[in-house]
Design a protein around this ligand. Sequence first.
Ligand code: T1G
Length: 703
Amino acid sequence: MSADYQLHGDVAVITLNNPPVNGLGYATRVGITNGLERANADPAVKAIVITGAGKAFSGGADIREFGTPKALQEPNLLSVILAIEHSAKPVVAAVHSVAMGGGLELALGCHYRVAAPGAQIALPEVKLGLLPGAGGTQRLPRVLGVETALNMIVKGDPVSSEVLASLPGQKLFDQMAASAESLLQEALAFAAQAAARQAAGEALPLVRQLPCKHPQGDAYFQFARNMVKGMAKNFPAPAKCVDAVQAATKNKFDAGMAFERAIFVELMNTPESAALRHLFLAERAASKIPDVGDDVKPRAIQKVAVIGAGTMGGGISMNFLNAGIPVTILETKQEALDRGLATIRKNYEAQVKKGKLKQDKYEQRMALLTPTLSYDDLRDADLVIEAVFEEMGVKEQVFKKLDEVVKPGAILASNTSTLDVDKIAAFTKRPQDVVGMHFFSPANVMKLLEVVRGAKTAKDVLATVMQIAKKIRKTAVVSGVCDGFIGNRMIEQYSRQAGFLLEEGATPQQVDKAVEKFGFAMGPFRMGDLAGNDIGWAIRKRRYVEKPDMKYSKTADLLCELGRYGQKTGAGWYDYQPGKRDAIPSKLVEDMIAKHRQEQGITPRKISDEEIVQRLVYALVNEGARILEDGIASKASDIDMVYLTGYGFPIWRGGPMKYAEQVGLFNVVESMKRFARNPLDDARFWQPAPLLSKLVAEGRNFS
Ligand code: T1G
């Protein structure tokens, strides 16, 4: 059973045992109720302690069970908690490490709670698009007060046990143990005393019997609602949390529980919650490489070197400095090195000014940075990341030099965003140590890191990079070698569709507004103006040579021929006032597009926002399916992670592949067939990827 039962004298200890975090899956729930029954039936047992094995008391309901019959199979969590409350003998929760979600709700159902210091206490359900569904919104306010409880429930962030235990008047913890090591002993002693008090006639306390009021009542909750509305634009759960906690102050306990349950079931069925639960599992799945098991030992990374102190090299360096890892940064010229260091200093000083970074921390980080002009200083680096000019000849020089100088066993990574990592590896005598680490600008901010696996990249190199990525707080996704890897290969199709839409009758601002309304942080044209339209221009010029039959709209080239590269030239798809970033629709651009349509004999048509969104997003889906077929990405959720963390895809839609599943792959393919019939579009591209057609034919999804 996923809960062990053991007698310690006259106290029965039920230990949750469902690694890795004692998720309250069906078997664990059965183990608890069986243990309670056994303890209450045994006259030798005077009290009961519930605790968790391993690194958690309990991480809550088993997220993997959601959406399956097991999640609701009796005894569900509500029934388990009722069984605890109905126990004739005192039940003491011995809380350590992590007590989150249903895990905390389980503890709240116990008569008493003893906690070890440093335990992370949270009701994080809101981060999954839910609210606590096993009494958390009704019990937590009763032991911590309405405001503290509501803050914890709406934010979902953990608070340490000792902080909560120090709150005046709190009734969450009856006792704080001296340490995690002494917790069980102290909980056993507490349980024995509780049994003695019960024998002397003391009633067993129940949280549900505590009062729950707020002095300002409705006024306070209206204030809370206003606060929440601003932060949770696209997520229904936070506002519902306020409703549920308010219900706790207005209703009897059982009525409040019914209110909470109704909301929980409603939220469980929202697309936003499905997306957030998908994101939770996808983020963790991304760190798992199918053929690189836990037995593959990562290499130790004590020293990092970065080649190139430009925008990318500086940002990349900051990631490691922030994690306390020393960095040697190399440039070819002193002024470039000085410029790079000045930029890093400026970035940190801006954070210090905003109060986001303490001065001493800033100085500690800068002390870890060693600038140099000599490759000899890179000799003992464990990981070298090249971030030089995106041109194969330059990469060749750098990697040949690194191969000569850097110690054997060091990992040689390229930050290339499009070049062939296998070709780069071939410049060295150690291709097994070469890998792509594609950071996204600004590299010290964007969470996404595409880890590009070369044909010869060793498994322990991959394991090392995935481990160091976690350390520098990046979401690492493994990509195979192809032009554009995962993200840029998909965005090329997205951008092509945006160009066709202009030719067919849309304006840049209409396309941008449509996708921004869908939830993208920024539409394709505003994004082009920000990143620089000349970047796409350079890629298209390559494409015209490599893939002459790939159809492109000429509008983007016409724009670049006018020198309108975007914000950096003061004009792009939009006009900009000096020093301002506001994108102003440009009459000149609209006339340029209209003239181009005329020359092409195109009669512009009114295009709906729905068609705009479908053509852009389904282009991602179709290319994503091809990326899966080509083995460039190993799972659809990895593609979602790339788009959610690197390209501003709306979180609450779960990523392009998850969104396609929610729309229904059949409907996506039907739309693609419609697009293929549009003579101004690219019929060849809209042939559904064979994988997509197969899934539709078999009624299956990507996941
Ligand atoms: N269910 C299933 N698996 C879980 C899990 C959970 N609740 N929490 C973690 N895991 C897995 C995770 O997928 C990973 O698996 C491994 O544990 C380590 O996780 C009714 C309905 C607990 C703080 O939202 O915040 O209760 O990848 O890498 O950094 O009201 O996991 O190794 O195979 O994150 O040490 C509410 C979510 C559920 C807590 C540990 N609970 N988990 O962090 O490890 S809803 C949560 C976390 C609920 C009730 C409602 C963290 C952690 P794998 P990890 P970590």
